[in-house]
Ligand binder design. Structure first.
Ligand code: FES
Length: 81
């Protein structure tokens, strides 16, 4: 079953219960933030909660690792781009 979430103000259909990273990859969103010093694009790397490269803001909670967060109906996600 797919549900609708909002990513950077855009509606996105994603499989309920999948990881946010899977939802991003499914919509070809690889760039989730920019490195604070170099400005280089950053995105999911390990996929298992270790590297912290996938941090996004979910429903106002900053620093959420997208690979560990499950898609839920109506959630609002902001990337750090
Ligand atoms: S991809 Fe490494 S912590 Fe999420």
């Amino acid at each position: 079953m797919t549900v609708r979430i909002t990513v950077d103000g855009e509606p996105v259909e994603a499989p309920a219960g999948s990881s946010l990273t899977a939802a991003f990859v499914g919509t070809r969103r690889w760039r989730l933030r920019d490195h604070p010093i170099s400005g280089e694009p950053r995105g999911p790397f390990c996929g298992m909660g270790v590297c912290f490269e996938c941090e996004v803001t979910v429903d106002g909670r900053p620093g959420v690792r997208a690979c560990l967060e499950r898609v839920a109906p109506g959630m609002t996600v902001e990337t750090g781009r």
